[in-house]
Design a binder for this molecule. Structure first.
Ligand SMILES: C[C@H](O)[C@H](O)[C@H]1CNC2=NC(N)=NC(=O)C2=N1
Length: 95
């Protein structure tokens, strides 16, 4: 199981690599606004494939054209490197 990151490590990672994300209740959170509902669903499908390949899965909230991703390491009870990697993949998929 990946090690929990410190608040400073997380803040630096967000500052340097994940500016679209914020920390809420020990989770990385980002919302993505797409042009259409189906564009959002396609994004969810792409992220689902990535998550399955990593065996590391985000919580996903779908509200019309806004998709919100919440990423944390449930087994570790907080944010680990696995979450930073998944967040970067989500950013790439989101365009
Ligand atoms: C058994 C399975 O490998 C684990 O439950 C995986 C599945 N996907 C996961 N996803 C996330 N975000 N955190 C986990 O701890 C986790 N654990």
């Amino acid at each position: 199981m990946a090690e929990l990151l410190t608040d400073d490590q997380i803040d630096l990672a967000i500052r340097d690599h994940l500016p679209e994300w914020k920390v809420v209740d020990k989770e990385l959170v980002r919302s993505v606004k797409k042009d259409t509902f189906l564009d959002g669903i396609r994004l969810v499908a792409t992220v689902a494939q990535l998550a399955e390949s990593m065996n590391h899965h985000p919580d996903i909230d779908i509200r019309w054209t806004t998709i919100t991703f919440r990423v944390s390491s449930h087994d570790a009870g907080g944010i680990t490197d696995d979450d930073l990697v998944l967040a970067r993949h989500i950013d790439t998929a989101a365009g």
